[in-house]
Structures are given as C-alpha cells and as structure tokens.
Design a protein around this ligand. Sequence first.
Ligand code: FAD
Length: 316
Amino acid sequence: MADNLTSDVHDVVIIGSGPAGYTAAIYASRANLEPVMFTSSVQAGGELMNTTDVENFPGFPDGIMGPELMGHLEAQARKFGTDVQYEDVVEVDLQAEPKRITLANGSKHYARSVIIATGSQYRELGLPGESALTGKGVSWCATCDGFFFRDQPLAVVGGGDSAMEEALFLTKFASQVFVIHRRDELRASQIMADRALANEKISFIWDSAVEAIKGQDKVESLDIRNLKTGEVNTLDVNGVFIAIGSDPRTDLVKDALDIDATDGTIKVQEPSTATNIPGVFAAGDVVDGKYRQAITAAGMGAKAAIDVEDYLAANP
Ligand code: FAD
C-alpha cells in the first residue's frame, strides 16, 4: 500500500456481527480503538436473528427475542464509536502489513489487526417444513430450546457425538426422545453411544431418514422413511433437533489460517484468541466446535478485543 494512504489504516477491523463480533466491538471501541465492523449484508446480527426467545443470555430474567438482543448489542457498539457497515467481506490478505480487507462493493480497507467472528452454519436437512417451522419445534440447539418441551415427545436427527449429547440433554425435559439415524450403528464415540443406548428415555429408529417435517403452526409429526425397506411411517413429536453437524465459516481465511482438521474451526492459541498470523484473532463459533452459545461467543469476543489491545500496544 502506498505510504500516503497510511492515515486510512484502522487499528482493528472486525468481520462478522454475531455476539462475538459485537462484544469485540464494544470492548475495542471502549478502548478507543475506533473499530470498523463489517456485518454481512445477508445475515447481519448473526444466528440469533433466526430465533425467537433467548432465555439463557445473562441479564434478561424474562428472556429476550433474538433480534432484540442483537439490536441492543449493535446499539451498545455504536454508542462507543464502532463504525458498523452492512457489507460483505469477500477477500482478505492477512499476511500483508497492514492487512487488506476487500468488500463485495470492491472497496479496500486496511487494518493493523483483524478479528474474525464469522460464526458457523448449522447443517440443514433441506426438507419440506424445515424452514417454515424453525423456532416452532425445529431446532439446532437443545441447550437453547430443550426447556420449552417439558413432558413432550421429541426427535433428534443424527448419529454422532453431538446428536447423542443433544438426545441425552433432552431426556431432562422430554417424555421420550427418538434418535433417527441413517445407519444401523452410531458414529458417536463409544462412551457417548453407550450412555445414549443405556438411557431408557431414548429410543433409536435405525436405517431411517426424515422425509418431511409436518405441522400447522408448530411441529406435530415427522414422516420417516426406512432406507432398507422403503416404508414410510409417521412419528408424532412436538420438536425435532437437527444434529448433523455445522460448518464454521472459514472460506475467507482457510488458506491463510490454521484450521482444525477434525471440526473445521480456526485454531487459536488458547487461552488467547491469537491465530497463527500475528495481529489476526478469531472468536465465537468459528473457533468453537463444542459450546456454540451466544454467551460463550460473546466471551471470546471480549477476549479478542483485549488481545488486540495488547498486540497493538506491543507493536506500535
Ligand atoms: P454468528 O451469530 O453466526 O454471527 C456471525 C456473523 O458473521 C453473521 O452475521 C454472518 O453473516 C457474518 N459473516 C460471515 N461471513 C461474513 C463475511 N464474509 N463478511 C461479513 N460478515 C460475515 N445460543 C444461545 O446462547 N441461546 C439461544 O437461545 C440460542 N438459540 C439459537 C437458535 C438458533 C435457531 C440457532 C441457529 C442458534 C442459537 N444459538 C443460541 C446459538 C448462537 O446463536 C450462536 O452460538 C452464536 O450466534 C454464535 O455467535 P458468533 O458471533 O460466533 O456467530
């Protein structure tokens, strides 16, 4: 970059506007770093924009709607001076000094440090009824939504560790949990499989796939095809938890940053949020293959902003 553009170099650019990105923005702007945040034009506010009641984010004893919570976080970040731009980042050069961020509109931005907070995309089944009934019985998060289904029959789709975790967690609330799996044995680790198989509230529907999620205003039943016999049966449940994996959004950075081979998350030097490139930090679900909660993402966002502050102080 030409020297005469040096004054345009930001201290920190934040990519992504979920709980991780906004919390990083609140901390960075209160530290006078004048952060610039690119939110995405498609899903500004992150995954909580797709949900209704959030009852487990501290500070809201009566719960709060997901979009309202994200509105609060954005207002708080703006109040302290974050420059929030509803733009998509399409390319980054993180090795360059300063680092270069290119937007979909073609403009280029430069920064001494970057926080990647691009989140993760839950895999969907791609079925009729799935998107219309999301938040009305279709869920990707037992920790978030299990509580709403006290004494009701539920289904979990998947056969890996996260599906077993979801099923076991849901037994605390549900009258019964049906695990629907495409194969006749689980992919989950032995210990998780043993726990689920031994739990008398969990029944397994093997060699089967969900074909449709049905219900008027909320989930009422599933059509389930036995993949060996072709037979289709109806299962009456009030909720279905989809646990077939999620894909951390690393497209922008996967050639530059170290990525975990097992779950596709960005590797950070824990307990910090530093990646393998100096000045590049990552926070939230894009680095988290396990907890994937708004509060854990927010916590990592706070850490990332503090790590940026330390990095900038050490590299004036
Ligand atoms: P995200 O919230 O995913 O935000 C990432 C943001 O980055 C998105 O806005 C995305 O568009 C943006 N982005 C990605 N790429 C780019 C790019 N190239 N340029 C610009 N922007 C980009 N958790 C709870 O704690 N409680 C709940 O009740 C709860 N309910 C949930 C309900 C649903 C339906 C879902 C799907 C999740 C729920 N979760 C809940 C989980 C919670 O939403 C996530 O753990 C949390 O949002 C992760 O935050 P994040 O900041 O890491 O990422």
